[in-house]
Design a protein around this ligand. Structure first.
Ligand code: TRH
Length: 377
């Protein structure tokens, strides 16, 4: 009998909650021969990641995953062998009671947010006792051996390499988005929250001697770009030119297509958690807009990642990348740091490729979860 998994996802905001859980669910099914139910309380967000999905279906199967609407009124079901609550979402009380009384014991995991901070290793895998005699284990993704690792499909880097080596595939993919490549232009993708630093980046790109094509999927970043352009509402397919900068509005795409976008670009601006990791797997330099938290807690996370990621870079490249990331996340002018980052492109390109390989040498998060379950049995 296949091991059964229930993954619970409450969409708090944006796409990170559903992005991570949907990716995990389909990888578990595809690579570990387990049965997965993904409980989502917002199917409209799910449809953005998986356009084939039906936003009105109470239950549906997508890519081998049983996707269930997590309705406010909970209908009793038999709990799975492994239960993952994503990002401390609160499980229905009746479901927890059913877990406690289940004849075969249930492994209960809380999948935590990603952080490169030191304390993560000490907390990864720790249990916390819950009422009813159940233990809940904290499972932390991360960048070092003492953590749960990062989501990465088994063949991801092989597919990436094949795509990046195939000029025709790249051109065709971009044409499908309505983007014709300009000779010699640098290609950048932009996925961020509202960002006071954005205007200074667009200014410097527009005034550069190198041409840039900036691909902006529909969403929050587009509002800030539109404001900078001083244009009315921009629709998918719009192409606008300011000096050396050509801006393309592209559709919000499926997760798999978004990977192709990241693999196609020379530089990717990403945000949150899942797009941030996918940009690392692209093996290209990136700019991270971290999710803002109260009391600037996110800046500790940002600095911890910068310290880890830039380790091994020549001092100048390290300094300019750190300055760029800090300015981007504090709403400061990024112009000077961007120029230096551009000059350090060869080192940064090489470093990004090496970083992806290093991270890929560790077990991925889905495999680590499966192993955690086997060890627990
Ligand atoms: O959308 P995010 O900002 O999500 C989150 C949430 O806000 C969450 O509450 C917060 O805690 C977390 O950030 C840190 O960013 P993220 O995590 O990168 O998720 C975006 C998802 O959208 C990711 O799976 C990639 C996907 N995506 C597409 O599938 N197609 C697209 O065109 C784009 C731009 C993104």
């Amino acid at each position: 009998m296949r091991v059964t998994w229930d993954i619970f996802c409450s969409v708090v905001d944006n796409y990170g909650d559903i992005g991570v859980t949907w990716r995990l669910a389909r990888q578990l099914v595809a690579e570990h021969d387990v049965a997965v139910r993904l409980w989502v309380d917002d199917l409209l967000s799910f449809v953005r990641m998986c356009p084939a999905a039906d936003p009105a279906a109470l239950a549906q199967v997508q890519q081998g995953v049983e996707v269930r609407l997590w309705a406010q009124e909970w209908q009793a079901v038999e709990p799975a062998d492994v239960v993952v609550e994503a990002f401390a979402c609160e499980l229905p009380a009746a479901y927890v009671a059913a877990m406690a009384s289940r004849e075969r014991k249930v492994l209960w995991l809380n999948l935590e947010y990603l952080s490169a901070e030191d304390w993560v290793e000490g907390c990864h895998g720790l249990p916390s006792m819950q009422s009813g005699g159940l233990a809940k284990f904290f499972f932390f993704p991360g960048f070092s051996a003492g953590t749960g690792g990062l989501l990465r499909e088994r063949d991801l880097l092989v597919r990436r390499d094949a795509f990046q080596a195939d000029t025709k595939a790249r051109v065709e993919f971009l044409q499908g988005l309505g983007v014709e490549l300009l000779a010699g232009a640098r290609l950048i993708s932009l996925f961020c929250y509202e960002n006071a630093a954005l205007a200074s980046w667009l200014d410097v790109l527009a005034g550069d001697t190198v041409r840039t094509q900036l691909l902006v999927p529909e969403g929050r970043a587009l509002a800030s770009v539109t404001h900078w352009l001083g244009e009315g509402e921009l629709k998918v397919g719009a192409v606008l030119r300011r000096g050396a900068l050509q801006i393309h509005v592209v559709p919000f795409m499926s997760q798999d297509e978004y990977d192709l976008l990241l693999w196609s670009c020379d530089f990717n601006a990403v945000r949150g958690e899942d797009s941030f990791i996918r940009a690392q797997w692209a093996g290209r330099p990136l700019l991270w807009h971290i999710y803002q938290q109260d009391e600037d807690v996110h800046l500790d996370k940002l600095n911890a990642f910068i310290a880890l990621y830039t380790h091994g870079l020549p001092a100048e490249a390290q300094a300019c990348l750190s300055s760029l990331w800090l300015a981007w996340n504090t709403g400061a002018d990024v112009g000077g740091a961007w120029r230096q980052v551009h000059n350090a492109a060869p080192e940064l390109d090489q470093h990004a490729a090496k970083w992806a390989l290093e991270q890929a040498s560790r077990p991925d998060l889905a495999a680590a979860l499966v192993q955690f379950y086997l060890n627990w049995l």
